[in-house]
Write a protein of this length. Sequence first.
Length: 599
Amino acid sequence: MQPTTEILARIRGNSLANKDEIFTRLYRYMLRPDIYFVAYQNLYANNGAATKGVNNDTADGFSEAKIANIIRKLSADSYRPTPVRRSHIAKKGNPKKKRPLGIPTFTDKLVQEALRMILEAVYEPVFLPVSHGFRPGKSCHTALKSVKLEFNGARWFVEGDIKGCFDNISHEVLIGFIRNKIKDARLIKLIYRFLKAGYLEDWKYHMTYSGCPQGGVVSPILANIYLHELDKFVMRLKAEYDTYSREPVTTEYRLLSNEVQMLSYYIGRAEGAERERLLTEYRAKRKLMLKTPCTAQTGKCIKYVRYADDFIIAVKGSKADCQRIKGRLSEFIAQSLKMELSDEKTLITHSGQRARFLGYDVRVRRSGLVRRGGPGHKTKRTLNGVCELSVPFHDKIHDVSFVKGVAEQKKDGTLFPVHRVSLLHLTDLEIISVYNAELRGICNYYGMAGDFYKLCYLGYLMEYSCLKTLAAKHKSSISKIKAKFKDGKGRWGVPYETKAGSKRRYFVKYAECKGAANPTDIVSDAAFVHRYSRTTLEERLKAHVCELCGATDSESYEIHHVNKVKNLKGKYKWEIAMIAKHRKTLVVCKKCHYAIHHP
């Protein structure tokens, strides 16, 4: 039997070749066992794999029997998604505000992951390049790179904000959009059941009338399918609005440029006093040319970038044009998407001011500064009209420092580092590792900023907060802690032992984080890598051998799953086996699995 991943790759190719193709009979791929092995492979390593929904169902206990039970229910049309468990988590940068998170059972996650793989094969080639959220090979950084490259010369920004986007997605409108592409009643019915599954909050059931639960595996692609209509509308708006001038360069600049070229020609052929006169005239004309506007402002155009429900539009045109664009957007979102564009948060900002997008400040520089560069090392206005990304240090980074408890503010407004009581119970190595991870994450994310150097101050706050935390733990002083952990080369770090010998974990420098691998980037789409027809987990389960006792005659074999290998103490035989294999999963017989949970 051909692996389902190869079939989905072929569907993806067909969708890419013909973006208007209609797909039918996709539900049958939900009834193939191998897709659930791939789904489990994609899910079990996540931190949320061991998080319980409304029951005790987690990644632990996965087996061939579980897959057979899922397929039997799907085949008989008796599968009913379980309501999600609603939890509330603090928003990043603003812990006072909370957003709802829906946590499904692991069985529902498996079915949703299989469904996501099918929908992604159909829709991923159709989605436009302007969309960057929750897509393979795209991330916050790809969206920001697009902004940096495409927003040069913009005069205005329109910052888009849809009120409660994920919570207000209309189920009927979404299903209507899906029906335009997929003609499979059973698949659409399954999607509808997930949307209408409801949620439990404080063990009280609530029905869902709209929205996709944040935390659901299939929710991101459903949101992208919904907002893909917004992308298409903006592209139609762009086609109507964009007009290009027949004279892209101003007349004044073109005449000066011609004079400079003529003078350059004669200078190469002149000598003596005549050459000096021509050079003086050339320098004066060249200086005047560098002060004269080059690009004609008669043309208009729109550039648009979206990440999930955050979008920003750059406009080369007037403020009145921006008002009309905002009005058209508001009308489309209200009528076609059944949502509301926030008037208060959808701002029209002059590009000389700073607009906020994905945690960065965005602006277009207007600078007459000239630099040498390019062929011939001629002087150029390299910064004029260039889009710049910068670190919002005084609100975002300050807030991070306060939220994490790294710094406090004095009466004069300056910050000073403090120790973190919440980390005092950790080992020295764990304390420095926490600080390194946090500093790397922030510096890595803001590595594209033109003023990255500002994070040097954050590095100072983090380092001395770490030293104060270690000093408080050992009831010592910063100077003594530094002397204790100094390596003799001017740096300090916590020593630790490994099989290869003694090593030292240094406190990371902020500049070292800039070139590190970006954690927000998605390298590839695991669902469509089908070099092997079977996943490792599938081969291990189908071998029918207990990896703990070696039994080959058990009625069934299950996967024992742990959230983190490092939390195992090596007290029991199964812990020793998992530590030795350095795996979060262990294929065991039913008897051994019962013994693990009931020692």
